[in-house]
Design a protein around this ligand. Structure first.
Ligand code: PLP
Length: 435
């Protein structure tokens, strides 16, 4: 343990981390996992309350997924999709098309959430160019959107804290107002303003990209299916393509397999990553329609193909894990189970919402945000790191939480049991009270 700590401090640079602060503490080093628990090098067990960064679906070391990866290992670990094909990618693409909203028929694989949104943005741009809509060069997104960390994805993001420093590198876009909480007057006002802004600039827009129902990284900001549907339908009516970024919301997190189903709308692009392979391996997909696909068809010398591809695109091991994960949705009735545990959270969260140091609690399915309050009821000062303090307090109590600013986030695997929900509510309540 001492050696690992020393080597971590000497050589690793952790993501989204102030390393000076990191170096002041002993790292928690996870060695293995069992079901919904992570286990550190000293054998301590922690509920994985944020699904290993919102990826894990059926728990860890699931026998069926482990076996599917081993079986694929006995065939080939990696072969490219550039110039070749392989069965796991073909079969998974077919399966995703069956599961996605009607009309999404083409699957472009990549390997993480940022690439899945970059692919949608570049496809949308090139599509508009190739159908002669050459003035449609800009993108619209929601205020506080997060679509990944590569430069294109950051350009359509608008979380100032993450994105401000990179501003000079980014392309300009239109940020539309989005509510914090679904329903109510704030949402209605945001919607009206968003539609006005969209209409004013529609002729210049290639695509609107939206995290459907829950803006995760923004701190679990939520909107209603009505807000989503109205916005997406208006964009389409104005000739703007629509991309939904289901990287966080996909695979059962919001009550349906994909959040956009609740708006009964087929987008032009659907981006998936995090949960696609059950949280086991890096994999992503961007689905689109035949209409978009056909704009890229031409004789080779016309150079109209999509100029994009990542080395590990559609990796066979990851595709095999994804197929096994999708099988488990059926076998375990995962969506019905997720709905039961979401109800258990709703019950338990009443006690959290009643704490003096909690300003608001939001929940859509298994995606939960708890906004903390300072002693005066207002948001705590940023320097107080209140969310971080709650997450640290939860560790000795047996849960891994990762906050977003002053918002404590809960986003567990769909495989959580009712008892584990109760235990997590108890830990969260105690951690907030301590802090
Ligand atoms: C996490 C996330 C991304 C980025 O995914 P990476 O795999 O981290 O690149 C994009 N969009 C949304 C909505 C996300 O939550």
């Amino acid at each position: 343990m001492a050696t690992l700590t020393e080597l971590d401090h000497r050589h690793l640079w952790h993501p989204f981390t102030q390393q000076r602060d990191w170096m002041r503490n002993k790292p928690l080093i996870i060695e293995r996992a069992e079901g919904n628990y992570l286990i550190d090098v000293q054998g301590n067990r922690y509920l994985d309350a944020v699904s290993s960064l919102w990826t894990n679906v059926h728990g860890h070391r699931v026998p069926e997924i482990d076996q599917a990866i081993r079986d694929q290992l006995d065939k080939v670990a990696h072969s490219t999709l550039l110039g070749l094909s392989h069965p796991p990618a073909i079969l998974l693409a077919t399966r995703l098309v069956e599961l996605a909203p009607d009309g999404l028929q083409r699957v472009f694989f990549s390997d993480n959430g940022s690439t899945s949104t970059e692919v949608a943005l570049k496809m949308a741009f090139q599509y508009q160019q190739q159908i002669g809509q050459t003035k449609r060069t800009q993108f619209a997104s929601l205020r506080d959107a997060y679509h990944g960390d590569t430069i294109g994805a950051v350009s359509v993001g608008s979380i100032d804290l993450f994105h401000q420093v990179y501003r000079p590198l980014l392309f300009e876009g239109l940020a539309l107002p989005a509510p914090v909480q679904s329903g109510g007057e704030e949402e209605a006002a945001c919607l009206e303003r968003a539609l006005t802004l969209l209409e004013a600039q529609a002729d210049t827009l290639a695509c609107l990209i939206v995290e459907p129902l829950v803006q995760g990284a923004a701190g679990m900001k939520m909107h209603s299916p009505y807000f989503l549907k109205t916005l997406l339908e208006r964009a389409r009516a104005l000739g703007v393509l629509v991309a939904v970024d289901e990287v966080a919301t996909g695979f059962g997190r919001t009550g349906t397999l994909f959040a956009v189903e609740q708006a009964d709308f087929t987008p032009d692009f659907m981006c998936m990553a995090k949960g696609i392979a059950g949280g086991y391996l890096p994999l992503a997909a961007t689905l689109t329609t035949e209409k978009v696909y056909e704009a890229f068809l031409a004789e080779p010398e016309a150079y109209k193909q999509f100029f994009h591809g990542h080395t590990f695109t559609g990796n066979p091991l990851a595709c095999a894990a994804a197929m096994a994960s999708l099988d488990l949705f059926d076998r375990n009735n995962s969506l019905a189970h997720a709905s039961d545990i979401a109800d258990e959270f709703t019950q338990g969260l009443h006690q959290v919402a009643a704490l003096d140091s909690v300003r608001a609690v939001r929940q859509t399915g298994l995606m939960i945000g708890i906004d903390l309050a300072g002693p005066d009821g207002a948001p705590p000062a940023p320097g107080a790191y209140a969310g971080h303090a709650v997450a640290m307090a939860a560790r000795p109590l047996g849960a891994i939480l990762r906050p977003l600013g002053n918002t404590v986030v809960i986003n567990p695997p769909l495989s959580f049991t009712l008892d584990q929900v109760d235990a997590l509510i108890d830990i969260t309540t105690r951690a907030i009270k301590q802090v």
